[in-house]
Structure formats: C-alpha cells, structure tokens
Design a protein around this ligand. Structure first.
Ligand code: DLZ
Length: 214
C-alpha cells in the first residue's frame, strides 16, 4: 500500500540565489553523516550552489538552538559589514568558515562548466538554516528533556529571528529507527528514504517563499 506520509507532490523550487546554513550535532555520527549527505544532495539538486551552503557542527542536539541563533546573527553581521574589516566582522567570518565546497575542494573551480562562478557566491544573511540531530531514547528521562528543549528552542529562534529553521531532529526509540530514517538499511530494513533530502527541499522552499513574504 502506498504511504500517505510525506510532504506530497509540490512545485519544485529553485535555490540558486539562496544561502543556506546547516548546523549538525555530532552524537550518533553514522546517522548524522548520512542525514547531512542527504540534506546537501537535496540542496544542490534544487540549485543551491555549494559555496552558499555553510556547515557547522556542535557536540550534541542540545546545542542546536544556540548555534542556529548565533550562526544567523553572525551571517547578518557579515552581510551588513561586508567590505569593512572590524573585529566583529572577522569574528563572524571565522565562525562561518566551512562551505560545502571546502569539504569537497575538487568542486570549487570556477573554470568547470556547471560550477558556479565566484559572483554566484553570496554573503547575504542565511535564507534558511537546517538544524540536524539525532536523539536516541535511553533508559532515563534525558531524551524527553532534550527533545522538548530543542524543539521549543528551534521554534523560538525561527520566530524571533524571522528566518526559517528546518527541524532536522530525529527523535527515535532505537538505533534501527534512526538508521532507517537516514536511508541506511538496518536489521529491520529501510525503505531507503533519507529524511535529510526532505529537509534540504524544505529549506529551499521556505527560503524562496520567505523572500516573497518579506
Ligand atoms: C548526553 C547526550 C545523550 C545521552 N544522548 C544524545 C543523543 O542521543 N543525541 C544527541 O544529539 N546528543 C546526546 N547527548 C548530548 C547532548 O545533546 C548535549 O550535547 C550534552 O548534554 C551537553 O550539553
């Protein structure tokens, strides 16, 4: 039977002009790495250029709301001060050092067809930020507290900062559930669907729509 789950068939949005931040937790690395790869794949498939995908990491999911808030603020400072050279600017720039093409240097040459020219690289504030983490339930109440705090924290940041924050937090009961949702086959099998791909597509759609809602 076909599942009713998922965002449905929607118009595909093009993200060429968008600048997207990703911040991911490092806990449960195998699952996170796959989700991150799925997210980046969806962003570039939707036209976001690699130089405009800025990636940061934090130890665990609990750190995600603060990191999203600071990354967005730093991107605003960087954008409003671009061209000048104050300490604030360099602090912001230091924070925002890793782009997707830094992680894949072979793709950053502007001489290759299909690869963006440096003029396509944006220094605008982020159009959307994707927060990625994976909480796996243990024997204590830790899972409930962190899941609740992070969910509320991310919602608060997006409403306060008026920037879309994509909720890329898996809250799973077992490792197998996490692996399945990252598109990795586990003992219970996986339909191969990587939720990171949904998050990348959601970031592009919200980034594009937000420009129209400003
Ligand atoms: C401590 C902890 C535990 C037990 N489990 C997870 C988890 O499943 N997923 C995750 O992203 N982070 C976990 N953490 C770390 C916390 O999120 C946080 O990094 C620490 O409590 C430090 O603030």
């Amino acid at each position: 039977m076909t599942s009713v789950k998922g965002p449905g068939q929607v118009k595909s949005y093009h993200g060429k002009g968008l600048r997207i931040g990703i911040v991911h937790a490092r806990w449960n690395t195998k699952i996170i790495d796959a989700l991150l790869a799925g997210t980046k794949k969806a962003l570039t498939t939707h036209g976001v250029i690699e130089d405009n995908i800025i990636i940061e990491s934090v130890p665990g999911s609990y750190e995600l709301p603060f990191a999203v808030q600071r990354m967005y603020a730093a991107s605003q400072i960087q954008a409003s001060s671009s061209g000048s050279s104050g300490a604030l600017v360099s602090a912001a720039t230091d924070l925002l050092t890793t782009s997707a093409s830094d992680l894949n240097p072979s793709s950053s040459s502007s001489a290759v067809e299909g690869v963006p020219k440096s003029s396509d690289t944006s220094t605008a504030p982020f159009d959307a930020i994707i927060a990625i983490g994976c909480l796996i339930k243990g024997e204590t109440m830790h899972f409930e507290y962190i899941a609740d705090a992070v969910s509320h924290g991310l919602m608060r940041v997006q409403l306060d900062a008026q920037v879309p924050v994509i909720f890329g937090l898996l809250t799973v009961l077992t490792e197998e559930q996490g692996l399945a949702r990252a598109g990795i086959a586990g003992e219970t099998g996986s339909d191969g669907h990587n939720h990171g791909e949904d998050w990348g597509a959601a970031a592009v759609e919200l980034g594009v729509k937000r420009k129209g809602w400003s």
